[in-house]
Design a binder for this molecule. Structure first.
Ligand code: MG
Length: 387
């Protein structure tokens, strides 16, 4: 008797962004294993309309209602279109959904993530903010509801694959790999002259603007250290970073017997997205395998902790916990927007974050409202510092 194939029903929040597009690529690649049942976008009306048509979606959400009329005119009349945060929550709790993949930039994904957990759905997390801001609350809620939080980020997905549900007692270190960004070898004295165009040229990954700048400052890795701390229930002291310019080893786990497991693949987000969707199974696809002979070498080097203060700030925020990671994240968002608007020099990004963290009084075990307040307060502190 053949085993019946499980087709996972997936809601994608943030479907027109870079991760969302890759998620739909995976859905096209493994249609017998994955069915997209809900799609949400911020304001990319035309792209969302196309996706709704292609995947024959019955429930969509346009977060920013400005383009609502245009969207409705482009989709079939039996498609329900929701808007705003209520709309995201509507999709996140759809009765038929098995998995909610959250790839919304910023804080907007937080309440929908908690609503999905509350409704008993597994969530696949691509939005860093969810675990950085509210990792403790989200993981506690998931444990209570018996649902899984599956990582989509390549590093955390790699660690997830290496751990395979093993207890954190067996782990001596999680080793996150970092590409080092475009300024990996730039002398520290030159960082002040870095331009927006230079910072937007990532050596290995193609991503959105915010995350590309975060890769250049190494705040991206810092945020990932905090995410890993909550996702795998491991204190910050056991979360380490190694620079690996080729981005082929996506991360590693060192166990207490000093044995290390690593996960490798070519640099394509479809790998971690597919594993988050098909977990605990592995499913064949059309992605290119690694060619070691062609690669020839993999390099590793220590991160420059002193020249890229983002890593140390993240370690501090992740160790303190409470509201401090949310404050770090918010201040960084404000500073990155300023840098992208060409209002501040590159090093002022981490200077702004450090100053904002210094001025914040951390609240331990915060409620969701306290986290959101800390985020807002940090944004105005950072704005003041920049002005
Ligand atoms: Mg990453």
């Amino acid at each position: 008797m053949g085993e019946e194939i499980q087709r996972k029903k997936v809601v994608v929040l943030g479907s027109t962004g870079s991760i969302g597009e890759s998620t739909l690529k995976v859905a096209r690649d493994i249609p017998e294993r994955m069915e997209v049942v809900g799609l949400a976008a911020n304001r990319s009306v035309d792209a969302l309309a196309r996706q709704i048509g292609e995947f024959e979606i019955q429930q969509g959400c346009l977060y920013d209602p400005t383009g609502l009329d245009s969207l409705i005119s482009q989709v079939s009349s039996d498609v329900a279109i929701h808007t705003g945060e209520e709309g995201l929550i509507e999709l996140a709790t759809m009765p038929e959904a098995d998995l909610v993949l959250i790839a919304i930039v910023g804080v907007a994904g937080l309440r929908p993530a908690l609503a999905a957990i509350e409704a008993g759905k597994d969530i696949a997390v691509a939005s860093k903010e969810i675990l950085v801001m509210a990792g403790e609350a989200v993981m506690t809620a998931a444990r209570e509801k018996g649902v899984r939080v599956l990582p989509v980020d390549s590093e955390h997905n790699a660690i997830f694959q290496c751990l395979e549900d093993r207890s954190s007692r067996d782990v001596s270190r999680l080793i996150l790999t970092a590409s080092g960004g475009p300024f990996r070898t730039l002398p520290a004295a030159h960082l002040v002259n870095v331009t927006k165009a230079q910072a937007l040229k990532h050596p290995t990954w193609e991503m959105g603007q915010k995350i590309t700048i975060d890769s250049a400052t190494l705040f991206n890795k810092g945020l990932e250290m905090i995410e890993a701390r909550w996702l795998f229930d491991i204190e910050m002291a056991r979360v380490d970073v190694i620079v690996h310019p080729q981005s082929i080893v996506h991360s590693m786990v060192e166990f207490i017997d000093s044995s290390i497991l690593a996960q490798l693949s070519t640099t394509d987000m479809c790998f971690p997205i597919q594993y988050a969707v098909t977990w605990p199974e592995r499913v064949p696809n059309t992605l290119p395998p690694l060619d070691f002979a062609e690669l020839a070498r993999l390099d590793f080097e220590a991160p420059r902790w002193d020249d890229f203060p983002a890593l140390g700030l993240a370690k501090e925020a992740g160790t303190a916990g409470g509201t401090l990671p949310a404050v770090m994240n918010a201040a960084n968002e404000v500073a990155v927007s300023s840098f992208l608007a060409e209002e501040i020099p590159f090093p002022k990004i981490w200077e702004t974050v450090a100053a904002t963290m210094r001025d914040h009084t951390t609240i331990s075990h915060p409620s969701l409202d306290e986290i959101i307040n800390a985020d807002l307060e940090a944004r105005s502190l950072a704005q003041e510092y920049i002005a």
